[in-house]
Design a protein around this ligand. Structure first.
Ligand SMILES: *Cc1c(COP(=O)(O)O)cnc(C)c1O
Length: 456
């Protein structure tokens, strides 16, 4: 087999800036050892997130020029609506400025005190929007999904029996919606099988509860189904995508992921009465129904991105380039969540730094180590992000201590990825020298964005 190549050539380039190790030590110290507080210009390879960081194609840029900026009924809205309908099959398509805006609208209307929502794993903004409405959010991830070292094809699946037990316990009338996150972002970018989507739908149908997809990475999920699930090898990705959405009653979407754009999202649904309520709220908080907080040009770029993301040469390269980084790290003995997910590699910081206890934030230590060693920016997903304190002010650590290396879409080449693996492996070889960290400042909510640290 020949090398899987980037299925594009490069027309416009963006310079990245080299710094020395000595400079980076100063920069990270000045940023309170928090990579969110570093200027992007001081980063060589930025793996902080895959959200809104995609490189757009020349056809998407052409769409930007075509954008119709009419306030109401813009041509670009209908181009967008067609493209989203082609994927979701849903009747009502509501544009929003990003995923969380769609969530805010949906859960403000369906949520409220005394209501319960279930998911394989709620993404953090989704959970926040459920809880902000006064409702509870419950995760029912399948057992294998909770074990980073175990390999399985669909570790993002929902535990269907646990869902049914939950529905019986809280009562179907108190459960307005079940959400399947595809792929499961918080669970390591692991896919959900078609069988699981169908099984979840069957339970929802039995109790008359709608099923929505948190569809951010629908195309990556579909490609995993094609590769790994029996009966799908010969189907096109678009056919698989349509089947996935056919079991759902609606979707929320961050176009900053699998629509290959830098901003945008949608809420799609089939229930007319609910759609009218959502549109009315949209007008109050986001904008008129045919632009929803976006410019006409953004709607064009999303529509074109949706064509490109289901291209199988693109998805083959996308999934393979993440796996390629994963394999290099596994070969060098670096502990990661296996198998690699679609959009990111997750280093298991507990196994990487067994000498640093959760109270001293091993993930943060690796994040700082990677930046100092090679100017690579990553993010801690562990006790810095999810840790809470008990009444005595003692840390209740997160279940897992992870470091996420998210891969922006179409941005970095194979040699960039090789470089990243070299940096990780170098830090791994010198792991005994890494130290734990102590928090010296933190905000009351979402502390990981602004916390400041000192090495112990
Ligand atoms: C990014 C993301 C969201 C939120 O989307 P934003 O555009 O960042 O508001 C919701 N769910 C999942 C699974 C995501 O990855």
């Amino acid at each position: 087999m020949k090398t899987i190549i980037e299925p594009f050539k490069i027309k416009s380039v963006e310079q990245i800036r080299f710094t020395t190790k000595e400079e980076r030590k100063k920069i990270i110290e000045n940023a309170g050892y928090n990579p969110f507080l570093i200027r992007a210009d001081d980063v060589l390879i930025d793996l902080l997130t895959d959200s809104g960081t995609a490189a757009m194609s020349s056809d998407q840029w052409a769409g930007i020029m075509r954008g119709d900026e009419s306030y109401a009924g813009a041509k670009s809205f209908y181009v967008f609506e067609n493209a989203v309908t082609k994927i979701t099959g849903d009747k009502f398509i509501i544009p929003t400025h990003q995923g969380r805006a769609a969530e805010k609208i949906l859960f403000s209307i369906l949520g409220g005190p005394g209501k319960y929502f279930a998911s394989n794993t709620f993404f953090d903004t989704t959970r926040a929007n459920v809880e902000f409405s006064g409702s509870e959010a419950h995760d029912f991830l399948c057992e294998v999904g909770k074990h980073p070292e175990q390999r399985a094809p669909f570790k993002g699946n929902m535990d269907v029996d646990a869902l049914e037990t939950f529905i019986k316990k809280y009562g179907k009338e108190n459960i307005p919606l079940v959400v399947l996150t595809v792929t499961n972002n918080s669970g390591g970018g692991q896919p959900v099988s078609m069988k699981n989507i169908k099984d979840v739908k069957d339970v929802c149908k039995k109790y008359g509860i709608p099923l929505f997809l948190d569809a951010c990475r629908f195309a990556e999920n579909a490609y995993f189904i094609k590769m790994r699930e029996e009966g799908y090898a010969d189907k096109s990705v678009l056919e698989i995508v349509k089947e996935m959405f056919s079991y759902a009653d609606g979707s929320t979407m961050s176009a900053k992921k699998d629509a290959l754009v830098n901003i945008g999202g949608w809420l799609s649904l089939n229930d007319e009465e609910l759609a009218m309520k959502c549109r009315n709220l949209l007008i109050v908080t986001e904008g008129f129904t045919t632009y929803g907080g976006l410019a006409g040009r953004d709607l064009e770029a999303i529509a074109q991105g949706l064509e490109e993301v289901v291209d199988e040469h693109y998805l083959k390269y996308r999934i393979r380039s993440t796996e390629y980084l994963g394999e290099k790290l596994i070969d060098a003995g670096v502990p990661i969540i296996e198998p690699p997910g679609g959009h990111a590699i997750y280093i298991d910081a507990k196994r990487f730094l067994p000498h640093i206890k959760p109270e001293e934030y091993p993930g943060q230590s690796i994040v700082c180590g990677l930046y100092i060693e090679g100017g690579v920016r990553t993010v801690e997903i562990g006790s810095v992000m999810f840790g809470k304190y008990d009444n005595d002010g003692k840390l209740i650590p997160s279940v897992m201590e992870l470091v996420r290396l998210a891969i922006p879409r179409r941005v970095y080449t194979q040699s960039h990825v090789d470089y990243v693996s070299e940096v990780v492996i170098e830090v791994f070889k010198n792991r005994d020298k890494l130290k734990g960290y102590k928090i010296i400042y933190e905000a009351p909510m979402l502390r990981h964005f602004t916390a400041k640290f000192v090495p112990i």
